[in-house]
Design a protein around this ligand. Structure first.
Ligand SMILES: Cc1cc2nc3c(=O)[nH]c(=O)nc-3n(C[C@H](O)[C@H](O)[C@H](O)COP(=O)(O)OP(=O)(O)OC[C@H]3O[C@@H](n4cnc5c(N)ncnc54)[C@H](O)[C@@H]3O)c2cc1C
Length: 542
């Protein structure tokens, strides 16, 4: 997600409060099939198998609740053949397993196993340029490393926007990139997948060798096999322009909305927190008086109008709006992130957004790698995370209504420490849709779209496991009310972006019944025993 979608200033603020994570009590696994599988892996692939606690393994995950899981063993293959042999062993014991590339999924158990085998693909990290402008990229590489390799050649690929996100998970879920306006999503630019299938064979999957599986892998998640390498089309790309704007929401707008919604804070805060909140509130109000705060409706309307104006400007790569509530200091922030894939034309294209009142801005010309690093700095690992997603037709009035819902739900997380809740909107421009037909098409179900869409993402960060129930109740209620509002206004769309969705959301329903049926048929052909359905609890299941 794009983070700010992820992650505005509130994450910077909150990161200061997240010095350590509460550790799960370490337990021995009691799952004997996995214990036996791990013993067998140790015997056949000993140097690649780690049994016992591994603190460094936990550090490979973005979300604390994933990092805290204790697998029975960690299997770290370094070649497709090792992986194939290991998979055969794990399967034969009926042990459940998780597949990790970059470990950035925020859902518990999605890429680290609780008591089963964690397959860590971090050794598949090679990047090389081969003929016809194709980059071969290992699934375990991080996007920052991929851009480091390609930028000296003035080349790029349709990849991630944050340096330490993994290649594998991002591509298999869709992959929204800085250059997606010009070339589509990452899945549309894969020329070939190297995959270990459920029957242990190692195959190259492309439009000629297996068009059905090639289609399914481009949005089908981890249901079809374990991908070890992606062959990606490269494109000429030099430095570009863009950055963040951090905004303070207008204090008077906010309080008048809160009073119209009859919102009064009932939570009594510990003295220190209430002292900090009151001080922050004083500074916030003073800054608003000085003209630094943004009127709420102007914020949403400017973003919508800019998105409409940029409909035919393919360099206008990234137009993201976000608002956030920092519970620790009771502060409401806004953020816009814009990127233009040329060093010429960006300031004019994003003129209206740039004129909005702001407290901080990072506009500059820089490389994709540099922008990815900036995103990494505001998307710090080490918190508990919940992400949820939906899609609507582009409409700023709906955003304003969703903001009211947000205001009326946030009091329930007023006492949650170490983070806050963020909301982000990013457009799917109509000119991106034709790219979904490239290379035989993809299963996302968006081909017939006739109006621009906005993806809606909720991202919540917090510190203590004890707050899980409150945060999940907040996130689910907020999502449901936002979807209900979208439906009421006739603006809801069934598509849910897999890479931003939360556990329990039925992303494949949004692909459409026909595509889901076809995905199931293809799974039946390539994984008739449903190894990836039965033994891999993580990931969205078709
Ligand atoms: C800070 C941050 C920034 C982000 N920015 C963007 C962005 O700009 N654009 C975007 O589109 N998304 C973005 N995302 C979402 C991101 O794409 C997903 O979280 C993605 O799943 C991460 O991939 P990973 O390999 O790091 O994750 P992992 O947690 O390792 O894997 C995610 C899922 O994919 C499966 N999987 C991983 N590798 C393989 C494989 N080789 N074969 C089969 N299954 C596999 C795993 O089993 C798991 O279910 C961002 C996420 C974060 C946390």
């Amino acid at each position: 997600m794009y983070s700010l979608p992820f992650a505005p200033l509130f994450l910077l603020l909150s990161s200061a409060c997240v010095a350590s994570s509460d550790q799960k009590v370490l337990q021995e696994t009691t799952d004997s099939s996995c214990h036996n599988a791990c013993q067998a892996l140790s015997l056949s692939l000993g140097s690649l198998t780690h049994v016992g606690l591994s603190p460094s393994h936990g550090q490979k995950f973005f979300a604390t609740q994933q990092a805290n899981l204790i697998p029975a063993c960690i299997f770290t293959p370094s070649s497709p053949r090792d992986l194939s042999v290991g998979l055969q062993t794990i399967k034969s014991y009926g042990c459940h397993f998780a597949i990790r590339s970059g470990g950035h999924s925020s859902a518990t158990g999605w890429s680290n196993s609780d008591g089963g085998v964690s397959i860590d693909l971090g050794e598949f990290k090679d990047v090389e340029l081969v003929k016809d402008g194709i980059a071969r990229v290992g699934t375990g590489a991080k996007w920052g490393d991929v851009f480091d390799f390609l930028e000296p050649f003035n080349l790029s690929v349709v990849g991630g926007r944050v340096s330490d996100v993994g290649v594998g998970g991002l591509i298999l879920g869709g992959g929204i990139s800085y250059i997606s306006r010009r070339y589509g999503w990452a899945i549309d630019n894969v020329k070939n997948f190297e995959v270990v299938l459920a029957n242990n064979s190692i195959v190259n999957v492309n439009q000629d060798s297996a068009p059905d599986l090639f289609w399914a892998l481009r949005g089908g998640g981890n249901n079809f096999g374990i991908v070890t390498r992606f062959d990606l089309q490269t494109y000429t790309q030099g430095p570009m322009w863009g950055g963040f704007n951090f905004h303070l929401m207008s204090y008077s707008d906010l309080t008048s909305r809160q009073s119209r919604l009859n919102l009064t804070s009932t939570s009594s805060l510990p003295y220190v927190h209430s002292f900090i909140s009151n001080t922050v509130s004083l500074i916030w109000r003073a800054l608003c008086v000085l003209g630094y705060c943004i009127p709420v409706n102007t914020f949403f309307e400017t973003w919508q109008n800019t998105t409409i104006e940029l409909a035919n400007n393919l360099h206008a790569a990234n137009t993201l709006l976000s608002f956030a509530y920092v519970a620790d200091v009771n502060l409401h922030l806004g953020c816009t992130i814009v990127h233009y894939t040329s060093t010429v034309g960006g300031p004019a294209a994003y003129g209206s957004i740039s004129k909005l009142p702001k407290v901080y801005n990072t506009y500059r010309n820089a490389s994709i790698r540099d922008f990815c690093d900036e995103q990494k700095r505001v998307n710090l690992a080490g918190s508990r995370n919940l992400w949820l997603a939906a899609t609507f037709r582009l409409n700023s009035t709906l955003i304003s209504h969703i903001y009211n819902i947000f205001l009326s739900e946030t009091p329930s997380i007023r006492l949650v420490r170490g983070g806050g809740a963020g909301v982000n909107f990013q457009p799917i421009f109509l000119d991106t849709i034709p790219h979904f037909s490239k290379n035989g098409g993809n299963p996302l179900g968006l081909f017939a779209q006739k109006e621009p869409l906005m993806m809606f993402g909720i991202t919540i960060k917090w510190k203590h496991e004890a707050d899980d129930a409150a945060v999940h109740a907040f996130g689910e209620a907020f999502l449901q009310r936002a979807v209900d509002e979208g439906k009421k206004m006739g603006l809801w769309h069934p598509y849910i972006y897999q890479n931003y969705a939360g556990k329990g959301q039925d992303v494949f329903e949004g692909y459409g019944e026909e595509n889901r049926k076809r995905l199931r048929e293809i799974r039946g052909k390539y994984d008739p025993e449903e190894v990836f359905g039965r033994l891999v609890p993580g990931g969205f299941k078709i």
